[in-house]
Design a protein around this ligand. Structure first.
Ligand SMILES: Cc1cc2nc3c(=O)[nH]c(=O)nc-3n(C[C@H](O)[C@H](O)[C@H](O)COP(=O)(O)O)c2cc1C
Length: 162
């Protein structure tokens, strides 16, 4: 399986998650600032962003999210991941996952790797779909002890869904 991971990260949290995913999946890890290109031969693409402001994409994504809609992602399997803070930003927890997932679907991509919202404690999120999270939500601020197990479970799940 050939996978590539794109990420946007301001203080390094999402980058850390991206690097760990990269090791687990033997995948290239690329900052989103470099743009998404040459994806023809990929079996899996992972897109990661932290959430800033109140429910906004990480800065490096701001001019890339519209580009994403212009790329033809039909036939591509895509997982979304990111970091957020469910205590301080309980109404917008990991909103970026939902924003990116919507853009992926607009571009014809298939989202894989939905996860359970159990074990989190937040009020609302754009990442919520039918009571599930649309991807991997990591909270390094409040639940860092769950970071590695969550990443490992997600990698196992992605390998099954690919
Ligand atoms: C000013 C500010 C705004 C934030 N807004 C949100 C938010 O709306 N939702 C959320 O889940 N986390 C929010 N966070 C938390 C960050 O997403 C979190 O610290 C994350 O781990 C940073 O990851 P990064 O280093 O990859 O950018 C915010 C943090 C700060 C300092």
């Amino acid at each position: 399986m050939k996978a590539r991971i794109y990420y946007g990260s301001t203080i390094g949290d999402t980058e850390k998650v991206a690097q760990t995913l990269g090791k687990e999946l033997d995948a290239e890890v690329v900052p989103i600032s470099q743009g998404i290109k040459n994806i023809e031969n990929l079996d899996l693409i992972l897109l990661g962003s932290s959430t800033w402001g109140y429910g906004e994409l990480q800065d490096d994504w701001s001019d890339k999210i519209d580009n994403l809609k212009e790329i033809n992602l039909s036939g591509k399997k895509i997982g979304v991941f990111g970091t957020g803070d469910q205590e301080s930003y309980s109404d917008t927890f990991c909103d970026s996952l939902g924003i990116i997932a919507e853009a992926v679907r607009d571009a014809g991509g298939e989202i894989i790797g939905m996860t359970s919202k159990e074990d989190y404690n937040f009020i609302d999120s754009k990442a919520l779909e039918d009571d599930k999270l649309v991807g991997l939500a990591i909270d390094i601020n409040n639940q860092d002890e769950l970071t590695i197990p969550r990443i490992q479970d997600w990698v196992d799940q992605l390998k099954k869904e690919i």
